[in-house]
Each structure stands twice: as C-alpha cells, then as structure tokens.
Design a protein around this ligand. Sequence first.
Ligand code: LMR
Length: 403
Amino acid sequence: MFEGLPLLPSDPILGLSVAFRDDPNPNKVDLGVGVYRNDAGETPIMAAVRAAEQERLRRETTKAYTFPAGYPGANDAANVLLLGADHPALTAARVHSIQTPGGCGALRVAAELIMRARPRARVWVSNPSWANHVPLLGGAGLALEEYPYYDYANHCLDFEAMFAALTKVPAGDVVLFHASCHNPSGADLSPSQWQQLTDLALERGFVPLIDSAYQGLGQGLDEDAFGPRLMAEHLPEVIVASSFSKNFGLYRDRAGALTLVSTNPTQSLAAHSQLLSVTRGLYSMPPAHGSAIVDIILNSPELKQQWQDELAHMRTRIQGLRKSLVEALAKHLPERDFSFIARERGMFSFLGLSETQVQRLRTEFSLYMTDNSRINVAGLTDSALDYVAQSIARVLQGADRNP
Ligand code: LMR
C-alpha cells in the first residue's frame, strides 16, 4: 500500500526545530518556529497556567468524556475574551463557540463546515500567509485563491492592492484575515482599514474567516481583537479560529476555539449542531486539559489578572527586542534600513533576504529562520542580539565566509 508514497521534505517551519536541535554549534540561534522564549531562551510555563493546572488536578475527579463542544465555561470565557463582554452579537445570541485542538483544529473544522455549507466557496488567503493555512483549508477540499498583502520593496502592508483585489471577491466566498500579528509579516491592519474591509464585506457579501492566533501579543488583548469585534458587530456571518498556544503558552496541550457568528439565534443553533457533527466525524471531542486551564484562568479574577500581567510582560519584551534588533542591525549594517522591524507587531518580521542568504545564515552561522526570511523575534535573547545582527550583516555584505 505505501510503496507508491514518496519521501516528503520536512515541514518548512517545524522541520527547522529538528535541524536546530541537531546542530552542535554552541552559538546557534533559533528564530524559526513561532514560540515565545524568555531571555534565557526558554519557554517557561506561565505562573497563572501552573496555578490553574494545580487547581485542575485538585478538581478533576474523573477521566470520563467531557462534552462534544468542550467545557461550557471555557466557551463562554473564550467568547468574552474574543468579543468583549456585552458585545452586541453576544447579547443577540448570534454566537456559538466550540473548543478545538489548537488553532489548527479550529481552522480545519471551519474549512469542513464551509465545505458542508457551500462546497464551491473559494477561500481567499493573503500572499504571504502562514504556510500551514494552505494544507489546513485546502486539505478539506476547498479551492484557495490569493490576494496581495505585503509590499516587499517597502517592507509594509500594501493595503491598496489588498483592497483592490478584495473588491473582486464574489458573494459567498470566504476571505481569510489575520486578527493581529500577521504571520509571517508582522504588518497589521489599522482600525480604519478594518472598517473599510468590514464595509467591503457587507457590500460584496463575502464571509470573513479570521485567524486569531496571537491575541495579546501585538498591542493588547482588546486592541488585537479590534477587527473580529468590528466584523462580528456589523456583518451577518463571521468565523473566528482562536489559538491559545501562544497567549497562554499551551502549545503542546492543543487548546483553541472556533467561534461562529451567525445571522440570528436560530441559524446560530443550526450552525453549532453542524459543527458538532463535523467534529464528531473528525475527532469526536476536543482534548480537555488545555481548555480546562483556559476555563479556570478566565473564570478566576486573580488568575486572570496574573495571566494578563504575564502576557503584558511577554508583549513588552517582544516590542523591546524589535527595537534592540533594529539598533544592532544599524550598528553592523548602517547602509540598510531595518526600522520597519520596530513598526511591526507580534512575533514575526520578514528580514527581506533571499533564500540563498537564509541558507548561508543556517549553514555558516547556525542562525535558523524560515526560507522566506521570516524571523521569530521572540526567539532573540540579549546575549544573541549582536551575533545575530553581525551574521546577517556578513551575509548581506557577502563578506567573510568563515566568521
Ligand atoms: C509558526 O508559524 O511558526 C507557528 O504558528 C507554529 C506552527 O505550527 O507553524
């Protein structure tokens, strides 16, 4: 059976972690996979998560099945985290969420639901986008299209080109947006651009599918949810895939949520029932541990405050690293302007290097980033900054092949 299956190359993002692990160079720096690290280069368990985990162990008395949608408390809390308390869509009973195995699970379930509802709908994905959007959404059988997003020459969002392309999206198609901290560019939409896109979606009749994987790591929990909140208020239907991997640091526990905003309460119930039937056929019910932790944190005022403080610290550290990297690069490569890195948000930025330059950084300097020169800013440490900037400068200057 398997004899016809060819050997595949490793995953463009996850494969980097394996290569990094096996690299014996003591100076190696991992700016590949999007995982938050502290200044010691570690991804510690957040204190609020640790406390909630202990509380969970105390409370858990059985390993019997939970519920197909996950814990009701986690879903209610996820709705409020995403939309804010008293959001008009919540008061109008137009919102239903289910817990999912991470943001990936939410995206795949969303794609399966779209296939059920409108199999000929196309999903418009930003160019560039997170590499895994294509298999997650296209793997369900949906046809994908691209819209322009990033101006590589000027290192910024190309809103004009994006908007112009989306004016041609027909009614009933789906447009994938990144709520904040665009992956891979770090170039985000401003509130007024979200407003224009909301008006356009209303006029054209396309349905937004919003990937919210970094809420709280850009500008703040509320600021990073501006787009989903606006669209959920003004549009009849919105789909949001949330990940709790980054903002709760629950990567391996696979915690996330899929939120559907529907036209009215009756349709909301029907859509929710379809979601449960989709997930029953895929994995039956979501993993319980991570979402129980989210549930405990978001429903405890003390733990919620502690979690928000820790998240704010992470966000501030990333913002500080962005500035420090710009300064370090300016020192080693004054002829080139990297100031855009400090203007971008979240974990990622494109350095604007060629694939050959990225390969040289990997093989000659043990500096790991994805082939499109996306760096995980949160993977930098103060002690590595100078080495990173110097290595990039050497490769860009094409000089000194043996540092
Ligand atoms: C990333 O973009 O690096 C993260 O979202 C991790 C992943 O699964 O790709």
